[in-house]
Design a protein around this ligand. Structure first.
Ligand SMILES: [Fe+2]
Ligand SMILES: [Fe+2]
Length: 307
């Protein structure tokens, strides 16, 4: 991010800003824009929110999506922001839950040649436990599953760290090494709720900038700390400049919350933007622990980072 601006400075957080590449500015040689197309909150006229997540990441040369929300809403929001999803070259799915994958058919229609990056386990049936002991399906819906199966050679299975394009990487499966993190809920691979879903498909996106790494989380079912540790190992401990996205701390107990705060403080990111499924209590805790560093990922938010 531009070093002379704070994360919440209106100059660096814009709503309704047409965000596709502008004519070259010598002082701005290689900007990367991140625009929220889907999130649980919204900031801007005629934009809409839904439970889900989708970030558009683009440079002057390339354009990709990280997640797709749960419906075709991302296409409508992109249109209202003046963004053409036909330019999308790659779609990365953070994991196989419906609120990150349901917009896939609409994206595929807009960008039929875009490559699709996901972990093989993302397409497995997925269920979540209800309070009454029953379960509900939370995996890819039928149309999204069909989109993946028909994508053929466009699919890149990301079990390991993989470069998506132009210095933007996806982690692939994230080792679960911390004793205090779990998937964050009662998730199952079967409708009867007998086989726990470890969500090995969960993966994060990251790229380097002049000031350190920018990390995007989908739901962080692998755990925020496991995710940051995996990125540390892959990058040789490159500093974290920004951490954005879903942290799934809704059901986190005091120990997990405390250790998550300690792990983030150890990285001291200039921007921390807990979003989507993080949970209000955890968001409040993070905003309190990191004054002046936190921001929102409401639909319509655009941020620029410099490489
Ligand atoms: Fe989610
Ligand atoms: Fe999820």
């Amino acid at each position: 991010m531009n070093s002379d601006r704070k994360p919440n400075d209106p100059a660096s957080v814009a709503s309704h800003r047409p965000a596709f590449p502008t004519p070259s500015d010598p002082a701005d040689p290689d900007p990367v824009w991140i625009t929220t197309l889907v999130e649980n909150t919204v900031n801007g006229r005629e934009l809409q929110a839904e439970h889900g997540l989708a970030f558009l990441i683009h440079t002057r040369r390339h354009c990709l999506l990280f997640d797709t929300g749960q419906s075709a809403l991302l296409v409508r929001n992109a249109h209202r922001l003046g963004l053409d999803l036909g330019a999308v070259e790659a779609v990365v799915l953070s994991h196989g839950h419906y609120d990150h994958t349901g917009g896939l058919p609409a994206v595929r229609a807009a960008a039929p040649t875009a490559r699709l990056f996901l972990h093989p386990a993302a397409v497995a049936p997925k269920f979540a436990g209800n309070l009454d002991g029953t379960t509900r399906a939370v995996g890819l819906n039928a149309a999204a599953a069909q989109t993946v199966s028909q994508a053929g050679d466009s699919v890149v299975w990301t079990a390991k760290p993989t470069e998506v394009l132009d210095g933007v990487f996806v982690t692939g499966a994230i080792p679960r090494l911390t004793p205090f993190e779990d998937t964050g809920g009662r998730f199952f691979l079967d409708e009867a709720g007998t086989r726990a879903d470890p969500l090995v498909d969960d993966q994060a996106l990251f790229f380097d900038t002049r000031e350190g790494l920018v990390v995007l989380l989908g739901c962080a079912h692998a755990g925020v700390v496991n995710t940051l540790d995996a990125i540390d190992r892959f990058t040789g401990g490159r500093p974290i400049h920004a951490l954005l996205g879903g942290m799934h701390l809704l059901q986190a107990g005091p120990e997990r919350l405390e250790k998550t705060v300690v792990a983030i403080r150890g990285r001291n990111p200039a921007l921390l933007a807990p979003a989507h499924c993080t949970g209000l209590a955890a968001v409040a805790r993070l905003w309190t622990e990191f004054p002046g560093q936190c921001g929102s990922c409401a639909v319509g938010t655009s941020r620029r980072f410099l490489r």
